[in-house]
Design a protein around this ligand. Structure first.
Ligand code: KMT
Length: 243
C-alpha cells in the first residue's frame, strides 16, 4: 500500500472534520444573516391598515367631518392595495421629530424601520410639516388647496408622526375612498392617482413628507387624462386590474 492509498482509506481526522463542520455552520449563518438583510420590509397585515370607507357622492359640506355613507361602506386593505396604496405601521412613539424641519435629511433617520424603507425605496429627501392654524402660515388657504382633487408626477409618501387627517383617493370606479391616517401610519400613494387631503375635526397633523430625489410638490388639478403620470396610473392600476 502506498502512502497515498493509506491516506485515502483512512477516516478523516476528527479535528479536521470539526473544522469543516464549523465552516459549514458559519456559511449557513452568514447566508441566514444575508437573507435577513435583503428581506424586503413586509407591509403591515391587512387587519392593521387604517380605517377607510366610500364617501357619499357629491360635494361634502364639511371636508373635515368623516363623511361616511349610511350604512357605512368600508374599504379593506386588499381594495386599497389594488389601487396602488402601500402601508407600513411604524413606531412613532419611540423617536422624536421636530415640528418643522425643511429639509430633513433622511440619512439622519435613527429608526431602523424608517432607514430600511428609505434604502429600499430610494427616499433621499424628507421634510416635516405641522398643519395647524397656529403652526402653518396661510393655514386656511393651504387646507383648501390640499383638498383640490389633483395628481402628482411622483409617488406621494407620508409618515404621520402625530395627529390625524384624511387622504381621499379615487378608486377604479371613480368613487372617493376616505382613508383615516393617524400617528404611526406610513402610506404611499402611486404617481398619477387622483387624490386630496384634509385635516379632520381635531385640526392638527404632524407628518414627514419623503421624496425620491428633489421634491416637486406641484399639484396637477383634475382633469389630467393626458398627463403622462395619469396615463401610467391608468395603465397599471385601472386597465390591468379590471376583472
Ligand atoms: C402635502 O403635500 O403637503 C400634503 O400632502 C399635506 C398633507 S401631509 C399629511
Amino acid at each position: 500500500m502506498t502512502d497515498s492509498a493509506e491516506t485515502d482509506t483512512n477516516p478523516p481526522e476528527p479535528k479536521k472534520l470539526k473544522v469543516t463542520e464549523e465552516k459549514e455552520e458559519e456559511k449557513e449563518k452568514v447566508t441566514e444573516e444575508e437573507k435577513v438583510e435583503t428581506a424586503k420590509m413586509e407591509q403591515t397585515p391587512d387587519n392593521e391598515w387604517p380605517d377607510a370607507w366610500i364617501m357619499p357622492d357629491g360635494e361634502c359640506e364639511n371636508q373635515k367631518a368623516e363623511n361616511r355613507k349610511d350604512p357605512n361602506e368600508p374599504v379593506d386593505a386588499a381594495a386599497m392595495r389594488k389601487i396602488g396604496i402601500n402601508y407600513w405601521k411604524m413606531d412613532a412613539d419611540a423617536y422624536a421629530y421636530p415640528a418643522l424641519a425643511v429639509p430633513w435629511d433622511p440619512k439622519d433617520a435613527v429608526d431602523p424601520a424608517l432607514k430600511q424603507l428609505r434604502d429600499e425605496r430610494g427616499y433621499s429627501y424628507a421634510d416635516i410639516i405641522t398643519i395647524h392654524p397656529e403652526k402653518l402660515p396661510g393655514y386656511d388657504e393651504k387646507v383648501k388647496s390640499f383638498f383640490e382633487e389633483h395628481i402628482h408626477d411622483a409617488e406621494e409618501i407620508r409618515y404621520i408622526l402625530s395627529g390625524s387627517g384624511f387622504f381621499d383617493v379615487r378608486n377604479e370606479a371613480d368613487q372617493w375612498v376616505r382613508i383615516h391616517v393617524k400617528k404611526g401610519d406610513l402610506m404611499t400613494l402611486p404617481e398619477g392617482i387622483y387624490h386630496r387631503f384634509t385635516v379632520d375635526e381635531k385640526d392638527i397633523i404632524h407628518a414627514m413628507r419623503l421624496f425620491i430625489g428633489q421634491p416637486i410638490w406641484t399639484p396637477f388639478n383634475r382633469p389630467q387624462e393626458d398627463h403622462p403620470s395619469r396615463k401610467k396610473y391608468v395603465t397599471e392600476f385601472v386597465e390591468e386590474k379590471k376583472e
